[in-house]
Ligand binder design. Structure first.
Ligand SMILES: Cc1cc2nc3c(=O)[nH]c(=O)nc-3n(C[C@H](O)[C@H](O)[C@H](O)COP(=O)(O)O)c2cc1C
Length: 263
């Protein structure tokens, strides 16, 4: 299962999943991509002999908060689970621990976890084109060691990095002119738009108006899907705070981070 607006989480989860199936002989189960709102309307229940492999991106050092209610509809029955988080080369902070805790709360037995790196949602140069071949090879080794652990039945408790209470959510900025109103950070559309509707189709919160794709109807989560998947590069953010943050991140976090695995 994965939520993956710009497909880095999908790539890692698929790589681990395929390896478990192809090399280690675990039977292929159902693939649930819960990136789009429609897919988050119904929960999923697992049996005791299933294994759940689940991935989400890190947003502000946490599990994306728009996913919390859905994640609590995924139920296990002492089911083995492997949580994965993807982060944009800054930090993953408490996200993996939070996903671990949500799973345990909902009846899963977490046997391994991993924090991998993916190209940052705000940028095309921060962790550019990651996960790359090195990441994929680490993901495959991770799958092999998880399988070994299952096979040896060494399912003792895991210590996953992170702190409780989790890092506080980043508060939206207040627009000084309008007082209480928060500053809206929304994608804009330029004149190269061909109205193909891809942006509206891929938006994980369904906030791009289908009939007029220049209109934003809900709260944008800045996941980058519309910007990165637009075939004519017509979607962009021009909010000065967003641009400043993007440039700061690109400057501060150029040093390559490596995946961290807990098995
Ligand atoms: C709102 C938001 C907050 C983010 N916060 C972090 C963060 O705290 N640390 C980090 O390293 N990357 C952060 N990222 C980057 C994503 O975690 C990263 O790009 C991830 O690979 C995206 O996954 P996806 O390709 O599956 O959408 C953030 C992205 C967004 C949209």
């Amino acid at each position: 299962m994965y939520f993956s607006p710009t497909a880095t989480t999908k790539t890692i989860v698929e790589t681990i999943g395929h390896r478990l199936v192809e090399k280690n002989g675990i039977e292929q189960g159902k693939i649930v991509d819960f990136t789009l709102p429609k897919q988050r309307e119904t929960g999923v229940t697992f049996k005791s002999n299933d294994i759940l492999l689940i991935g989400v991106p890190v947003y502000s050092g946490r599990v994306p908060n728009i996913l919390l209610s859905y994640l609590n509809t995924i139920k296990g029955n002492n089911t083995l689970a492997i949580p994965i988080v993807l982060y944009g080369n800054r930090e993953y902070e408490d996200a993996l621990l939070e996903l671990n805790d949500i799973l345990i709360e909902n009846g899963f037995n977490v046997i391994a976890g991993g924090a991998f790196i993916g190209e940052h949602s705000f940028s095309t140069i921060l962790a550019k084109e990651r996960p790359d071949n090195t990441d994929l090879s680490i993901a495959k080794h991770f799958a092999d060691s998880v399988y070994k652990k299952i096979e040896c039945d060494e399912l003792d408790t895991l210590r996953i990095k992170g702190n409780r209470p989790y890092r506080a959510y980043t508060k939206p900025k207040v627009d000084e002119d309008k007082k209480e109103d928060t500053v809206k950070v929304e994608p804009k559309t330029d004149e190269n738009c061909i109205d193909c509707k891809i942006c509206a189709e891929v938006c994980p919160v369904g906030c791009i108006d289908f009939t007029d794709v220049t209109k934003i109807t809900g709260t944008c989560i800045k996941c980058g899907a519309c910007v990165k998947l637009c075939p004519t590069n017509s979607k962009y953010f021009d909010n000065p705070d967003y641009i400043k943050l993007k440039l700061t991140l690109e400057e501060l976090y150029i040093e390559r981070k490596e995946p961290e695995l807990f098995v």
